[in-house]
Design a protein around this ligand. Structure first.
Ligand SMILES: *[C@@H]1O[C@H](CO)[C@@H](O)[C@H](O)[C@H]1NC(C)=O
Ligand SMILES: *[C@@H]1O[C@H](CO)[C@@H](O)[C@H](O)[C@H]1NC(C)=O
Ligand SMILES: *[C@@H]1O[C@H](CO)[C@@H](O)[C@H](O)[C@H]1NC(C)=O
Ligand SMILES: *[C@@H]1O[C@H](CO)[C@@H](O)[C@H](O)[C@H]1NC(C)=O
Ligand SMILES: *[C@@H]1O[C@H](CO)[C@@H](O)[C@H](O)[C@H]1NC(C)=O
Ligand SMILES: *[C@@H]1O[C@H](CO)[C@@H](O)[C@H](O)[C@H]1NC(C)=O
Length: 477
């Protein structure tokens, strides 16, 4: 049996030589469709009697696909059948074999034999290119390596790796980061062209934010979310939030309205941002690696707090300066001041006033009351905004509304002075009276006695006094 097959292959080899058949190489990416060309360019076989596609496995020739003169098709019992000749009735003298979803195991030597008036034999070497990572799933901070396999193996002049469309020489990743996750493409150049195989690397850890460069902007009084989302909603059993000072990196307490668990992630919320909440926030969690080892993954982000500083309280008819203040303005490229007016039905109209960090109102008056918004930008993108509510005090309103109010105010002040004058005058009179009495101490006793006597007399005649109240003629003494 073996000997027979050996002889057959030997025979084939002789046939190839006789037909001056060359071996063709076909490169295809793992998972894609392979087309093994077998066409009769000379049209010598206008009416073929049989087409045989076989594959050389070891020393054995195995049928892949076959069609006989009767029209019967044969293919190996394999599900699903991936190899066939799709061209019906071999029109255009095309006997090509198509293999769908090629795998590395499909690589090897294929033989196409077409029989008719003459005999045509073609040998095709199929090489399958496959890209992979080992390991393909890795916890950030760990090591992985990109590999480009060609099956069957062959030496290549050039194998390149591409990452997001750009060539890269980094194929051994000693410390994987989230940014390494995604598609990597291996590019193999051969005589006939270039074939590309793509693989994806899955990095477990904190997906959002991807690295430590995130800066979150929040206005005083607003609520803000600090993102910390782990792979596939997989939250490690311990998640911790810490805060450090931006300048000294010394630990700081978390803000009063800091809420650690918000939704299906480890993201935190500061319900009401206050001035002083700025700083570096760190979210960290313990994750389990592929071999069961525990590892800490963490992300650091900066919270920048925005507020509006005003030069003075808005009293009087004085000028006032509003300044947009951010706890770290190093990323800010421009500012814009906006005036927000509310029409009927709460319709909002926003008008741009000035494109500077500070904004000066020459004379604060009633029409300036309301919302002023400072927007801050990084290049063309809006990073955030902060609102200042300008309250104009009553005095300012009065001064600017009408002269009638002025008169009323003057009259009011006049009345106040009159009252004060009367009170003082009365006090002065009392003082004078006391002084006179003190000059004559004996007289004080007399006056006192007289008063007491009079009171006693009045008390002994209560009825008279009562009658006296209703008396039309006040004669009582
Ligand atoms: C990665 O490749 C897959 C399939 O090849 C594709 O669906 C996906 O969009 C690619 N991702 C990126 C970021 O290009
Ligand atoms: C401000 O932010 C930049 C980066 O956005 C950072 O490099 C710098 O250290 C920060 N400065 C302060 C004082 O927080
Ligand atoms: C926060 O500060 C502590 C103490 O200075 C330091 O050990 C730690 O590394 C800092 N954390 C970060 C994320 O900078
Ligand atoms: C934090 O927020 C969750 C809902 O997101 C709420 O159930 C919980 O009570 C909050 N914790 C505090 C301390 O406010
Ligand atoms: C206010 O809204 C109501 C209902 O949407 C509408 O009928 C009405 O015309 C609006 N008024 C103004 C002044 O826009
Ligand atoms: C300010 O920011 C808030 C939240 O992003 C947004 O809803 C609002 O429209 C902004 N206001 C202005 C005037 O841009």
């Amino acid at each position: 049996m073996n000997k027979k097959q050996y002889l057959m292959i030997l025979g084939l080899a002789l046939v190839f030589e006789g037909a001056q058949c060359q071996e063709h190489e076909v490169f295809v990416a793992h998972g894609s469709l392979a087309v093994l060309r077998c066409t009769d360019e000379t049209s010598a076989l206008s009416h073929p009697t049989g087409v045989y596609w076989s594959r050389v496995v070891g020393d054995v020739k195995k049928t892949v696909w076959r069609r006989e003169k009767s029209g019967l098709e044969f293919r190996p019992v394999r599900d699903p059948p991936r190899a066939n000749c799709p061209v019906p009735n071999f029109g255009k003298a095309d006997y090509s074999l198509h293999i769908a979803e090629t795998t590395s195991e499909d690589g090897g030597k294929y033989i196409c034999e077409v029989e008719g008036k003459t005999r045509m034999v073609k040998v095709i070497n199929l090489r399958v290119v496959r890209a992979s990572f080992s390991p393909a799933v890795v916890v950030e901070g760990f090591r992985t390596e990109a590999k480009c396999h060609v099956s069957p193996e062959k030496r290549f002049e050039q194998i390149n790796w591409k990452r997001n469309g750009k060539l890269t020489r980094r194929t051994t990743l000693s410390k994987v980061s989230q940014k390494d996750g995604g598609n990597w493409t291996c590019q193999v150049a051969y005589n006939g062209g270039v074939v590309e195989a793509t693989t994806s690397l899955q990095v477990r850890g904190i997906v959002t934010p991807q690295d430590d460069s995130l800066v979150v902007y929040a206005a005083v009084g607003s609520s803000v979310s600090l993102p910390c989302i782990f792979t596939d909603g997989l939250i490690p059993y311990t998640v911790m939030w810490n805060r450090n000072s931006t300048t000294s990196y010394s630990p700081l307490p978390l803000p009063a309205s800091f809420n650690e668990s918000a939704g299906p992630s480890a993201s935190a919320t500061i319900r009401r941002v206050e001035f002083g909440d700025e700083g570096m926030y760190t979210c960290s969690g313990m994750m389990t690696g592929l071999n069961g080892e525990k590892t800490k993954v963490q992300r650091r982000m900066e919270l920048v707090v925005a507020r509006v500083l005003s030069s003075s309280s808005s009293s009087g008819n004085r000028p006032m300066t509003l300044t947009c203040h951010l706890s770290n303005s190093s990323q800010i490229t421009s500012y814009e001041w906006l005036r927000v007016n509310y029409g009927p039905n709460d319709t909002q109209t926003v008008t741009s006033v000035q494109k500077t960090e500070s904004f000066r109102i020459q004379e604060v008056n009633e029409k300036d009351a309301g919302e002023w918004v400072c927007r801050y930008y990084r290049n063309q993108g809006v990073l955030g905004n902060v609102t200042y509510e300008l309250h104009v005090t009553g005095a300012v309103k009065g001064e600017n509304s009408s002269s009638g109010n002025k008169t009323a105010m003057v009259m009011g002040f006049g009345f106040l002075f009159l009252v004060i004058f009367l009170v003082l005058f009365q006090m002065y009179r009392n003082y004078r009276r006391k002084k006179t009495i003190l000059l004559y101490p004996a007289m004080e006793t007399i006056v006192h006695q007289a008063t007491t006597e009079r009171e006693q007399r009045e008390r002994s005649r209560p009825k008279m006094a009562e009658a006296c109240v209703g008396d039309p003629k006040p004669v009582c003494v």
